[in-house]
Design a protein around this ligand. Sequence first.
Ligand code: LR7
Ligand code: MN
Length: 593
Amino acid sequence: TSVTWTLLLFVYFNFSEENQSFKNVPIKGLEPQRPFPKKFYPRFTRGPIHVPELQQKENKIGNSLGNHIQDPVKGETEFSPEMGMIFNEEDQEVRDLGYQKHAFNMLISNRLGYHREVPDTRDAKCREKSYPADLPSASVVICFYNEALSALLRTVHSVLDRTPPQLLHEIILVDDNSELADLKKDLGDYVKTQLPKTTKLVRNEKREGLIRGRMIGASHATGKVLVFLDSHCEVNEMWLQPLLTPIREDRRTVVCPVIDIISADTLTYSSSPVVRGGFNWGLHFKWDLVPLSELEGPEGATAPIKSPTMAGGLFAMDREYFNELGQYDSGMDIWGGENLEISFRIWMCGGRLLIIPCSRVGHIFRKRRPYGSPGGQDTMAHNSLRLAHVWMDEYKEQYFALRPELRMRNYGNITDRVELRKRLNCKSFKWYLDNIYPEMQISGPNAKAPQPVFINRAQKRPKIIQRGRLYHLQTNKCLVAQGHPSQKGGLVVVRECDYNDQNQVWIYNEDHELILNNLLCLDVSETRSSDPPRLMKCHGSGGSQQWTLGKNNRLYQVSVGQCLKVVDPLSHKGYVTVAICDGSLPQQWHFES
Ligand code: LR7
Ligand code: MN
């Protein structure tokens, strides 16, 4: 039993670690689109469904399609919300197995096949843009480990379908020693017989992890520009040209597309807001709102945005520049940390990192990582330690303050990386913080004077946009304080609405704060994002107190990237939490003036 417990603990820690980082994923627009009347939508339907057209469609789709390698219905499968419907045990099995092995709905993924249309999520102005004819050509590197075959091949075909051939030098698939049978055999056959010669498959003899995996892929590449993608992506219309253009102008520019959201549960492709990359002192990547100063200018919503960090999986970079800049830290294992490492390195060593709003690529956002590391190690901590010791100077103390147990942890040899930093003549981490990420809050001995924006705050109260009740549609109840609304740290719950009660009145202001009874702000913990939302003193620095009232009645929490929902709408307790935004009833709110 002690072995079992140790295993369980490993699993627990692995998941709690990764959950941390998943909280920061942008989820805006995740809700499934509903072109069909509600009654046809399986999520809201009980018992057997009798829809004649659906049955016809189902006959056409065939059943779950299992793991067949042939593209089911080439180019014919149209996405529809009822695609996840289970008709028999085999469907059930594919679905269950899919969630187990891949943490997303493989039943839908298989039914979609390898080609599908996705909504063009670009700003309308992007469609009027034109790009130079002489763009450099790209090597697309896709590293994968135990990926669902249909998701991997949809990634590949989306690239083949939506990239002008002259710009696509090659696609390099790096199989990181996957164990799944279809990847071992069928994929090789498929690449050989069904894909253009320019699609290559490289196999790692042993599991390397995504960091060395990408380095291996890049070493096989011969195109001018490297484009990295995760193995569960779908590129959108005109995705590549806007990425290549800034690289052609300046080879030390590294670019990321806007990462659209493919729902793990419905495979719905939906638009992401334009946000930029940041991080916290736990060295987790997070999304930040783009400061207004970055959004002003003649190009408006289509202009590239400077980003302090990248999410990691999807970016383009001149191949020679990638090599000059030191590729990746090959001492990093499996997963995690390399995204911040390369971001710091780019900025500190003379490059720049941009997000290109006119380039859009969808990515399946899973709620958990479906794999671990071979020895069960916490590779995120190992990798973060390496990056902290190489790049963060005295600011690594901020990390150790949060993770004191790592202070003495061995992180291997970093001599090469330290030398690289010297050789490239890179600037200090302080320079990076001051110039690239001034929003970052520093506590302790390195603390800076407060940002001007907070001084302004005292002088100028943010303008009120709306005043009223936060009404929960499903329960017909209102969001209120569990205790007294002036009690700091108090939880919020839904209760019977009382339209004469000032304690139920919220203010929504231009800083996107929600203030109850003009006293405290609705807040989520940034360090413990699993904690339920609570009422805290308004701090005026956005993030954990920033909410947006969006499409489909969602109430979106900017800092954790999730939506407010009633935990158990049937219970009288009325507890609320933040969760992945899915547009479901428990997440629907009305701000009633
Ligand atoms: O051992 C491994 N070998 C691999 O080849 C582990 C993973 N992989 C592959 C895997 O199959 C996938 O194609 O590497 C790719 C990335 O792994 P994911 O999809 O499990 O990572 P993620 O999407 O959960 O995490 C994000 O952070 C990672 C940190 O190491 C990587 O940088 C991922 O590329 C990155 N993904 C994105 O940036 C997509 C947008 C997510 C956000 C926000
Ligand atoms: Mn991924």
